[in-house]
Each structure stands twice: as structure tokens, then as C-alpha cells.
Design a binder for this molecule. Sequence first.
Ligand SMILES: NC(=O)c1ccc[n+]([C@@H]2O[C@H](COP(=O)([O-])OP(=O)(O)OC[C@H]3O[C@@H](n4cnc5c(N)ncnc54)[C@H](OP(=O)(O)O)[C@@H]3O)[C@@H](O)[C@H]2O)c1
Length: 265
Amino acid sequence: MSQIHFIGAGQMAEAMLRAAISRGQMAPACFTLSDINAQRVTELQAQYQLPSPMSDEQAIVDADYIVIGVRPQDDIASVVAKISQLNQSATVVSIIAGVTLATLSQLFGGNRPIARIIPNTLTDTGYGYSGAVLNELVQKEPLQPFLESFGKVMYIDERMLDIFTGFGVAGVNYVYYFIESLVDAGVLAGLPRPQAKDTVYENLVGAVEMLKISGKHPRQLLDINNSPAGVGMHGLFELNNSDFAASLQRSVLAAVRRTTELANE
Ligand SMILES: NC(=O)c1ccc[n+]([C@@H]2O[C@H](COP(=O)([O-])OP(=O)(O)OC[C@H]3O[C@@H](n4cnc5c(N)ncnc54)[C@H](OP(=O)(O)O)[C@@H]3O)[C@@H](O)[C@H]2O)c1
């Protein structure tokens, strides 16, 4: 059983370990935590029945994987120094947005297996991809069960990671927004909200299943569904007249731009 130690026990760290434990993928005994805020660690230990090590130092010494879960603006150098002093072999898993493998390798002085992970916010569901980039020293196979314990994993080229973040990790927000707008449309047309909501949820999940089962392009399914002068075609005509697709695409580009900006701040 791999021992995983989180330095920085914030929202994302909690989301990862909560998913891993609640989905039965990893035992609470696998996880130890440290944070500037000791109270936060005590609370999470109690909530998820995590072990309390003798000390933060001992937990770092014992770890196979050390997750750096602090923010980009925190004192990353001091975290790296502490790890380097106590454990020379553990694989480092950084979830810090915008801090590259090259920067991390430089801080660690080379010779350190480092994985850069951008988790998504769907950890509890098992859906959604984390973006992952590994340096050449990381052994992928033993790391995989941990990464998959809080969702699916997509290994991508590091130069695509900002795109993945703005498009993929932020992607669920566009879906939430779409759902809200579509439910409102049902209500606007006169359907009670609970029925409008149930209909939208079912259509959304069903549409994805239909695309997977049929292997067809969305346009092919639209062609099948939309008969001449029919209901669907009239609806689509209005959508075609709007800025819908371009607005969505501009939103994604803005999120990707912002990811890069934040990395450079
Ligand atoms: N949230 C997301 O959707 C998401 C997605 C992908 C990646 N990320 C990345 O995940 C990282 C964590 O994000 P988050 O939302 O979990 O942030 P967060 O909730 O603010 O958690 C960061 C935690 O680290 C603690 N901390 C700061 N410096 C520390 C140090 N030197 N040693 C130990 N603990 C320290 C903070 O304590 P204080 O608050 O007391 O300073 C805080 O509890 C960020 O780098 C972010 O870029 C987040």
C-alpha cells in the first residue's frame, strides 16, 4: 500500500482524498496530511479517520508519494526544501497550477521523480479527467492507482496543460451553465422547475450515452432527429441565428488565456 502525504491540506487535497476513500479505491491509512493550519489537519484526520503520524517530518520520511497542494503564491521553495531534506526518493506529485516540471525539477535539483497533475472538480463522481504530465523519472504504473482514485487520467504534453485547464478542468462550469440555461428555458416555456430539471439531466446523460453507443458525430444525430419543417429544426434555426457556438468558444479561449496569465504572475 503506497503512503501518500499531502503538504497543503486545502480544498483540492480534501477533494482528492475524499474521493479516493469514499469510492473505496484507497484506505484512509494511506493518507497523511500537513498544513500551516494545524487545526485544519486535525479536522480532516477526524472526518476521514486518517492516521496521525508522530510528526509532519516522520510522515514525509515515510511517504512514497508527496503531494504538494499549496497555492502558486505560497512559499513553494520552503516546501521543496523540507521534502529534499527528509526524503530523497519519494515521487513528488504537484497539483500547483502553472508551476512547470522544469521549475520544480530546478527547485529539487534534478534527479527527482515529479508528476504534475491538474485534478478536476468532479473527483467525487469518478468522472472527469485529471491532466497529468510526468518527468522521465516517474514510474507510471505504481502511481496510476492513486491518480485514478479521484477520477480518470489523461496524460498530455506539458505545453497543452494550460489548454487542458481552461478547456477541460474549467469545462464542467460551461456544462453547469448550459444546464441552468436549459432548465430556465423549460420553465420559461411553462414546465414546472422540477420536471424541467429532471428532463434536462436525463437528456444530457442520455445524449452522451447515445453518442458513445452509436459512435456517430453529433451532426449525424441532429440530422436523424430533425425532420423537414419539424419542431427540432425550428429550434435549431434560432440557435444558428445566435452567437451560441462562438460565445462558448470565446469563453474557453478566455479561460485558457487566464490560466497562462496566472502561471506568469
Ligand atoms: N481548486 C481547484 O479547482 C484546483 C484545480 C486544480 C489545481 N488546483 C491547485 O491546487 C492547489 C491547491 O488549491 P486549493 O484550492 O486546494 O487551495 P487551498 O484550499 O487554499 O489550499 C492550500 C492549503 O495549503 C496551505 N499552505 C500554504 N502554504 C503552506 C506551506 N508552506 N506548508 C503547508 N501548508 C501550506 C494553506 O494554508 P493557509 O490557507 O492557512 O495559507 C491551505 O490550507 C493550488 O496550487 C491550485 O492551483 C486547484
